[in-house]
Design a protein around this ligand. Structure first.
Ligand code: AHR
Length: 502
């Protein structure tokens, strides 16, 4: 018999309004994300700018609101000037973060063009590894100043008469990590980030800025890093970043699926640290969170360790995702939604080929990985207001994480569309859960659909040969009686229960 779980939601008990930018993503100059991913002149599906139309189709379907660029570790050694101007004059460079050759055939303006065609916005990162405030303020001037100065006129001479108007900027990347080109102590980074923020904003006062938080919750300097960095930057930035990847290299799926509980704790600790600095500074300003790298990442590590260095766009970080990875991605999306009051931006890392929901063959097909689906559903149906989920569920313990709920769930109220969407993961690997949702304050509801992502094999994946091996169906069992919903959540499944409020 299935175990029972219950959730109560009320339209007046809200977590907060969801900033659609939590469904962002990331394109780094890494592996085949750019070359052979979004950009491949000569591909049968390339448009007049060399962008792959088959990839556009998959990206547009996701309705991605913001895309971080150009890194990642890459940005800490990048000279943005190398990627603008006539392509035939662009320099080839040794790229030290990923030990490849960067041809610079795709750069800042190409990315701006790509974002427009992909119906998204750019989140630009500046290099605070080998460079500093000067190059960063020049880039803001090149990008956003209308005309009449050296950098803005250079942009115009490159064929971009109108400013790009890029609003969101990251002050470096993972500056706490010893692997980072030009890594820094928290004080060194806090100072350079504050000074860079100041001059970037003097060039364009309308921009918003993200300071680097820790590279993961397991960094030895976490959360002291956040406290020190914010001590220096609190008045200059709007967001602090979080990054986190999870792995099932240990082949312990119950623990793997429980990792989002750690993500909840990570988010809560960063909020607590932000609020500590707020109190210390007697500030009225609330610091928001940009979870601008998150995903599952481990499948490709062995293959990457064997790659020959100094290739152009080799297949790096090409994780082939399984059904169980999609379940954790679903749980991680729910974690972001549970703190929608403070997490205002987030980027699944990355978008194409590199630890990505979309895969391509260079010169060939493009298809959806398993993790594409929870990301798609959350982005399409997870807009509006996140409601406090009062949950009763059976729980389990793993060697490292206790009290893991079998049910992970949240409900979203979209007032504009008069819809409520319930996202739910059943983490149980052997048993179904019967979920009863009490939507007492909504009056009557009608079922639109109950989408289910499930598979008999937790390790099942989508490949070029079998792109539809793991795909959702709409045969979920949800039934509505007034304002009460009952659904069987099959073992190891991701569920989307969409309701119309009558
Ligand atoms: O997304 C892959 C890499 O992970 C990024 O370049 C870096 O920021 C992180 O360590």
């Amino acid at each position: 018999m299935a175990s029972q779980a219950k959730m109560i939601v009320d339209k007046d008990f809200t977590i907060g309004s969801i900033d659609s930018r939590i469904y962002g993503s990331f394109i780094e100059h890494l592996g085949r994300a750019v070359y052979g991913g979004i950009y491949e002149p000569g591909h049968p599906q390339a448009d007049e700018l060399g962008f792959r139309k088959d990839v556009f189709e998959l990206v547009r379907a996701l309705d991605v609101p913001i895309v971080r660029y150009p890194g990642g570790n890459f940005v800490s050694g990048y000279n943005w000037e190398d990627g603008v101007g006539p392509k035939e004059e662009r320099k080839r460079r040794l790229e030290l973060a990923w030990r490849t050759i960067e041809t610079n055939q795709f750069g800042f303006n190409e990315f701006a063009d790509w974002t427009k065609k992909a119906n998204t916005q750019a989140m630009m990162a500046v290099n605070l590894g080998t460079r500093g405030p000067d190059e960063a303020r020049n880039l803001v001037e090149y990008s956003n100043h209308p005309s009449g100065t050296y950098w803005s006129d250079l942009r115009r001479s490159h064929g971009y008469e109108q400013p790009h108007g890029i609003k969101t900027w990251c002050l470096g990347n993972e500056m706490d990590g010893p692997w980072q080109i030009g890594a820094k102590t928290a004080v060194e980074y806090g100072r350079i980030a504050a000074e860079t923020a100041k001059v970037m904003r003097w060039v364009d006062p309308t921009i918003e800025l993200v300071a680097c938080g820790s590279s993961s919750r397991t960094m030895p300097t976490f959360p002291e890093w956040e406290a020190t960095v914010l001590d220096h930057t609190y008045n200059y930035v709007e967001y602090i970043s979080l990054h986190q990847y999870y792995s099932n290299a240990e082949k312990d799926t119950p623990t793997f699926l429980a990792r989002s509980v750690e993500m909840d704790r990570f988010i809560d600790s960063v909020i607590a640290t932000c609020d500590y600095v707020k109190a210390k500074k007697r500030s009225k300003k609330t610091m928001y969170l940009s979870f601008d790298e998150w995903n599952v990442w481990y499948h490709s590590k062995e293959a990457d360790s064997k790659l020959e260095p100094w290739q152009i766009a080799p297949p790096q970080l090409e994780d082939i995702y399984t059904h169980e990875d999609a379940l954790l991605v679903g749980c991680m999306l729910i974690s972001l939604l549970k703190r929608a009051d403070r997490v205002k931006m987030a980027c699944i890392a990355q978008l194409v080929n590199v630890i990505a929901p979309i895969m391509t063959e260079t010169g060939g097909k493009a298809w959806k990985q398993t993790i594409y689906y929870p990301y798609l559903h959350a982005s399409l149906y997870g807009r509006g207001t996140a409601l406090v989920p009062l949950i009763q569920t059976p729980k389990y313990d793993t060697p490292s994480i206790t009290d893991v709920p079998y049910l992970e769930s949240i409900a979203i109220h979209n007032e504009e569309k008069s819809e409520v969407t319930i996202f739910a993961v059943n983490r149980h690997l052997d048993e179904a859960l019967t979920l009863q949702v009490d939507l007492r304050s909504f009056g009557g509801c009608r079922l639109i659909e109950h989408i289910v992502l499930e598979h008999g094999d937790l390790k099942a994946a989508n490949t070029a040969e079998r792109p539809d091996n793991v795909t959702p169906h709409q045969r979920g069992s949800a039934a509505v009686d007034g304002s009460s919903v009952t659904a069987q959540l099959n073992k190891a499944s991701w569920n989307v229960i969409r309701l119309k409020i009558s």
